[in-house]
Design a protein around this ligand. Sequence first.
Ligand code: FES
Length: 136
Amino acid sequence: MNIYSKEVMEHLMNPQNAHRMPDADAEGSVGDPSCGDSVRVFIKVKDDWIEDISYLVFGCCGSIATSSATSVLAKGKTLDEALRITEDDIIDALNGLPDQKIHCSNLGVSALQKAINNYLVKVEKDNSNENSHSGR
Ligand code: FES
C-alpha cells in the first residue's frame, strides 16, 4: 500500500507550475533547517490578485507535492485570500499526508506568505517614492 494519497501522487508525478519566473513581481524563499529542503515561490500580481505563481523546490516528495498544491490553491486568489491559506488547507487538498511528512506542508505556505509580504513591501516603497517625487 502506498503511504501517499492519490492526490499526493498526482502532484508528485506531475508537479503544477514548477518553473522559474524571470518577470515575477516578487518572490519568497523558505528552507527547513531540520531536513535541508527549500522552496522559492514566485508571484505575478494583477490588481491585488495572484495572476500567476510558480516555484522551484529542492526537497522531498512531500515538499514537491505540497509546493505544487500550494501553487494550485493560490493561483487566482486575492492577496488576502492567499495569505489565509494554511498548512491544513494544503493537507486537506492532498487528502492527507503521512505524519512524518506533515512539516513539509509548511514550506510552500511559508514561501508564499513571504512572497506576498515582499510584494506588499515593494508596493508600499514604490508608493512612498512616488509621493516624495510628486512633492508631497
Ligand atoms: Fe522536510 Fe519534506 S522532509 S520538507
